[in-house]
Design a protein around this ligand. Structure first.
Ligand code: ATP
Ligand code: MG
Length: 334
C-alpha cells in the first residue's frame, strides 16, 4: 500500500530576482513500511519538498501545482487547521540541523514532555513517563532527560530529535539529513537505531540526504533529484547497481566507498539557475553524454529496463554509457 503519493509537485519561492522554481514536478510514492531515500546535491530542492509535505513553508514559498496524497487525502486540499491536526500525529519531521533545534535553556526531558502535552494532549505525568519510554527506544539513558542540550554529544542530540519525531506514533517520518553532521561511526550507530525502530514500528520514512552511501545503507527505495526534478527512482538495489540516468551514474562515481574504492570523481559544473531553468534536460550542461536533441526537449520520467524510472532520452543506451561513466576521464573536462 502507498502511504504518500507525491504527484507532479511544484514549489516556488518569491525572491528579489524573480520566482525560483525549487521543486519542478516531483513524482514518487512512499510504500507502507519502507524507507525512501531522497538524494541529490545541495540546492536540488530536498528540504523544500520536505517542508511542502509537512505544510511548514516560509511565507515566500507556495505550492504552484501537483498533489500530495497521504492515505487517500490530498494534503494540499486541506485547511491549515486540518493539516495541523495531521502534523506530528501522522506525519512527523526531523528537520535539517535538528541538532541545533533543541532549546538550550530547557532540559531535554522538559522539551519532549512539552511536545507530548501540547501536541498530544497528555497530562504532565504521563508525558514524562512517555519521554522516558522514548529515550529508552532511541538508545539514550533516561537519566539524561534531566540534562540540557549542551551536555549532549551530536549523536545524542540527533537521537533526541528522533525521539521527538516518534513521540506521537506517526505513520510517516520525514528525516532531513539526520546524520549529516555526525562522524561516520556515529552515523552508522544512529542509522542502525533508526532503521531498527522503523522496522519494529512499521514506519514509512522519507530519508533525505546528499550522501548516496547513506541511501545505500538505509533505504529500500531511492529518488534522485536534480534541479528540483526527480530524474530517477526505483529500488535502491536497481538504481545503485544499474543507474540509467547519467547524473545518478556520476553521483555514484562521486562516492568511491560504495564500489570498493577507486578515485573520487566529482561532477564538474553547477546546477542551472532555478529562476530561469532550461526548458529541456536540466542536466544537459554537465552531462558527458549530451547530444543536441537533449537541449531541445524535456525527457519524461519513464520506465526503463531495470524496472526503475528515469528521465533521460538516451536511457536505451544506458548499459553502454554506464561503462563509460565508470571511467574517470569521462567526467573530466579538458
Ligand atoms: N527561503 C527561500 N527563498 C528563496 N529561495 C530558496 C529558499 N529556500 C531555498 N531556496 C532555494 O530553493 C532551492 C532548493 O533549496 P533546498 O533548501 O530545498 O535544497 P536542498 O536540496 O535541501 O539543499 P541542501 O542539501 O543544501 O540542504 C535552492 O536553489 C535554494 O536556493
Ligand atoms: Mg536541505
Amino acid at each position: 500500500m502507498t502511504v504518500l503519493s507525491v504527484q507532479d509537485l511544484q514549489v516556488h519561492y518569491r525572491t528579489s530576482r524573480g520566482v525560483a522554481q525549487a521543486v519542478r514536478g516531483a513524482t514518487f510514492d512512499v510504500p507502507e513500511g519502507q524507507v525512501v531515500g531522497v538524494v541529490g546535491e545541495s540546492g536540488c530542492g530536498k528540504t523544500t519538498l520536505a517542508r511542502a509535505i509537512m505544510g511548514v513553508m516560509p511565507k515566500t514559498a507556495h505550492t504552484a501545482g501537483g498533489k500530495l496524497v497521504f492515505q487517500g487525502t490530498d494534503l494540499l486540499s486541506l485547511s491549515p487547521r486540518e493539516l495541523a491536526s495531521k502534523r506530528w500525529r501522522e506525519i512527523a519531521f526531523i528537520p535539517q540541523s535538528a541538532m541545533n533545534s533543541l532549546d538550550p535553556v530547557y532540559r531535554v526531558g522538559t522539551q519532549i514532555a512539552e511536545v507530548l502535552v501540547d501536541r498530544g494532549g497528555m497530562d504532565r505525568k504521563s508525558a514524562m513517563r512517555r519521554a522516558a519510554e522514548l529515550f529508552d527506544m532511541v538508545g539514550l539513558d533516561v537519566v539524561r532527560l534531566r540534562d540540557f542540550p549542551h551536555q549532549y554529544s551530536g549523536g545524542m542530540r540527533q537521537r533526541a530529535a528522533i525521539a521527538l519525531a516518534l513521540a506521537l506514533e506517526p505513520k510517516l517520518v520525514i528525516a532531513d539529513e539526520p546524520v549529516t553532521a555526525l562522524d561516520v561511526i556515529i552515523q552508522r550507530q544512529v542509522l542502525d537505531t533508526f532503521k531498527d525502530l522503523q522496522k519494529r514500528l512499521g514506519l514509512s520514512v522519507i530519508l533525505i540526504t546528499h550522501d548516496i552511501s547513506v541511501v545505500a545503507y538505509a533505504s529500500d527505495r531511492v529518488v534522485v533529484m536534480y534541479a528540483g526534478e526527480v530524474i530517477e527512482s526505483g529500488t535502491t538495489r536497481e538504481v545503485l547497481q544499474r543507474p540509467f540516468h547519467p547524473y545518478t551514474m556520476g553521483l555514484y562515481k562521486a562516492f568511491p566507498e560504495l564500489h570498493g574504492g577507486g578515485t573520487l570523481v566529482p561532477i564538474e559544473g553547477t546546477p542551472p539557475d532555478l529562476i530561469d531553468p532550461p526548458p529541456a534536460c536540466s542536466f544537459a550542461e554537465r552531462c558527458p553524454f549530451v547530444e543536441a536533441a537533449c537541449r531541445e526537449m524535456k525527457p519524461a520520467l519513464a520506465p526503463v529496463a531495470s524496472g526503475s524510472l528515469a528521465a533521460c532520452r538516451r536511457s536505451p543506451e544506458a548499459d553502454r554509457l554506464r561503462v563509460l561513466a565508470g571511467e574517470a576521464s569521462t567526467w573530466l573536462r579538458s
